[in-house]
Design a protein. Sequence first.
Length: 305
Amino acid sequence: MSDSLYDVVIIGSGPAGIQAAIHASRRKTRVIMLGRIENSALYGAHIENYACIKGVSNGKDLLETGLEQARHFGAEYSPEDVLKISQTDTLFELLLENGRQIQSRTIIFSMGVSKTKLGVPGEKELSGRGVSYCVDCDANFYRGAVVSVTGNRSAAVDGALTLLDYASHVYLIAQNLDVSEELRNKLHNSNVEYIASEIVAVKGENAVQSLQLANGKHIESEGLFIELGSKGALQLATLIGVMLDSESFKYIQTNKKQETNIEGIYAAGDIVGPPYQMAKAVGEGCVAGMEAATYARKKRKSESQ
Ligand SMILES: Cc1cc2nc3c(=O)[nH]c(=O)nc-3n(C[C@H](O)[C@H](O)[C@H](O)COP(=O)(O)OP(=O)(O)OC[C@H]3O[C@@H](n4cnc5c(N)ncnc54)[C@H](O)[C@@H]3O)c2cc1C
């Protein structure tokens, strides 16, 4: 098997991803789990409603133990985000934050849910009139314009770099950046203007005109992309055609085997909808891991015939 080819790629290392990694790697498949455990909703939580565990457990400890278990069963782990996914005739291709490209027979989405709103004055009023939450969807509307992106993780940095192909000038506004060294270097070597501050208000009459920053400055900007969190979980899925639930369009739709509408793609945990509970995430991760491994093994066998 080529060095970059996996049977199962698990995007997300919270309880859903970890359980999927444990079950998939015990089924003689090559598995890699991606994403930082520090970004799991569980990391800062204290759990006392998870079966078979006495008292209150610290989320960070649970995640570290789970990661150790997954590795023990042979799963590989890389604490980095996925930036892009595409599909060839036979495989899925993923571009990782560190610049590496990998291929896989199956994918499990377990990226949880992330905060999307900034919660500052003007944001709601100007939403759809200069305020956008998806660079990949709306970049084209900002050809030749001065635009800004806010967010401190891979979604924002990748978004700002993407916008360079469209806009006349791109600002990235964030107090600090929590991305890989490779992505940070890519940003510093680009024409994106990084401002270490926070947006406190979005200004404009009928469309975004300027942004007020916490450092007291105002910047002229015709658009504001709010890209909080890691590379947009739902964007990654929908851009390759994964269907969302028909009621809220906020969650990935799956059946009882955690299969999505695309063969070989599964989803588990908060990303498939509430209740947002560790017990549910783990249960769905278990099913997704087993199903993805079974599918990948069948696929591998048919490839060698
Ligand atoms: C304060 C708080 C208290 C809570 N208390 C409880 C409780 O008492 N009981 C309970 O059962 N539940 C509780 N929860 C909920 C529980 O933590 C979640 O339901 C659970 O963590 C969901 O697991 P998940 O694996 O679906 O997602 P998460 O745990 O959120 O993990 C998501 C993972 O995806 C990764 N990721 C995201 N985007 C990308 C990308 N582009 N590329 C690679 N990786 C990516 C992240 O880095 C992270 O590793 C609490 C949550 C919070 C915030």
